[in-house]
Write a protein of this length. Structure first.
Length: 390
């Protein structure tokens, strides 16, 4: 562990030492079981916590259509509780020193009811919150709504685990003290994949993974790549959605047989496709985080994303790929040209990137969360996010 003082402080706190309340039980409150949080819950359980994972439903239908698996986190008590009486009984039975990690602050289904009951009991709760899309008139209304919601609820909130590079400042602008805001991420399943020599052939290979919806802006990527046809590259597209036929026609017209349409595949297979690519591109107009970018880095594949993706700071810290301005089309074209011209990473570089990206895995995430909880109950300062450590 990189923070021995925090570790020792936590062990003291978890035993109730130094006059602090014990923290043995950690509860996750989510709308559905998600790989974005399930593996983090497992990692905490492996670190000795009693972990309870409460959801409104087991798996959202749209996620199932995208190839997401039904997850049952190991050594974690999983409870599906879609009604208020069930939630009320669970909270009444929670230990006085328990910590509760709650998904979102608004439009979060039955989690909102859980938050109100947790506040009523005076139990420690943290809000897990990703980047909020706040452009235009609707964005202004969201800012006002969140400011009001934070004002009403902040007395019952221990802190905010802010997911996305812009989220800490955004939450601070809504009236939450900086000391109560901690940069956070979606920490995914640790990768055990042999990535040696998985890329073959001379052609530089891009990959896009996501829904075929306007927000993901696959059309922007096709446009940008069409300006680089003098280079030898291909594009694999993984996903599905309502714009599929339109995008297929566009891809055929602009790039011909350079585009390979894979369709929807199971999540584990997605990782294999990404590992065989030279660069993943996520050009979204908005993405709370962009978990596929973390997955790419964890298998040694560089990533390019817009600065409207919560993971943008992680891409910058990785030292490969790059970030372009959301509205900067020329910037995207130039960045894609740069990564093609640089060429694919050699095996040593890919292994080094994958080793660095272990900071985005659930094992390191569980360690980081333990450090955060320790710091919140002691005089120690908050730990540095794993991806920001030199």
């Amino acid at each position: 562990m990189r923070f021995p003082q925090l570790r020792d402080a936590f062990l003291s706190v978890s035993r109730g030492g130094e006059g602090a309340a014990a923290i043995d039980d950690v509860w996750f409150w989510q709308r559905a079981v998600s790989p974005h949080m399930a593996y983090l819950a497992e990692a905490l359980a492996q670190r000795g916590f009693n972990v309870v994972y409460v959801t409104e439903i087991a798996l959202a239908e749209d996620r199932e259509r995208q190839g997401w698996p039904m997850l049952e986190p190991r050594d974690v008590r999983l409870v599906v509780a879609p009604t208020k009486p069930q939630i009320r009984d669970l909270i009444e039975g929670a230990a006085a020193g328990s910590v509760h990690l709650c998904q979102g602050l608004m439009r979060n289904g039955m989690v909102a009811y859980a938050q109100s009951r947790l506040a009523k009991r005076g139990l420690q709760q943290w809000v897990l919150m990703e980047t909020v899309k706040d452009s235009g008139i609707s964005g202004l209304l969201r800012r006002l709504a969140y400011q009001y919601s934070f004002f009403v609820k902040k007395s019952g909130i221990q802190g905010v685990l802010a997911i996305g590079h812009r989220t800490p400042d955004w939450v601070g602008d809504r009236g939450i003290a900086t000391a109560r805001i901690v940069p956070f991420a979606y920490f995914l399943k640790d990768v055990c994949l042999d990535i040696s020599g998985v890329r073959v052939g001379a052609r530089y290979n891009f990959v896009f993974v996501g829904q075929f919806v306007k927000r993901k802006r696959l059309s922007l990527l096709l446009d940008a790549l069409s300006e680089l046809r003098d280079y030898d590259f291909g594009l694999k597209v993984i996903g599905a959605g309502p714009l599929e036929m339109e995008l297929r026609r566009m891809g055929l017209k602009m790039l011909g047989d350079r585009v390979e349409w894979i369709g929807v595949v199971p999540m584990d297979d997605v990782l294999n496709h990404v590992a065989r690519a030279d660069c993943l591109v996520l050009p979204s107009a908005h993405d709370g985080w962009g978990a596929v970018v973390s997955e790419a880095l964890m298998v040694g594949t560089p990533a390019v994303c817009s600065d409207a993706c919560g993971c943008a700071a992680v891409v910058t810290s990785s030292g490969y790929g790059g970030v372009f301005g959301t509205d900067d089309y020329r910037g995207l074209v130039c960045l894609l040209r740069t990564v093609i011209s640089r060429g694919r990473l050699i095996d040593e570089e890919r292994h080094a990137l994958a080793a660095w990206a272990r900071c985005l895995g659930a094992t390191r995430g569980g360690e980081y969360l333990q450090e955060i909880l320790a710091a919140s109950n002691t005089e120690h300062s908050r730990p540095t996010p794993p991806w920001a450590i030199d």
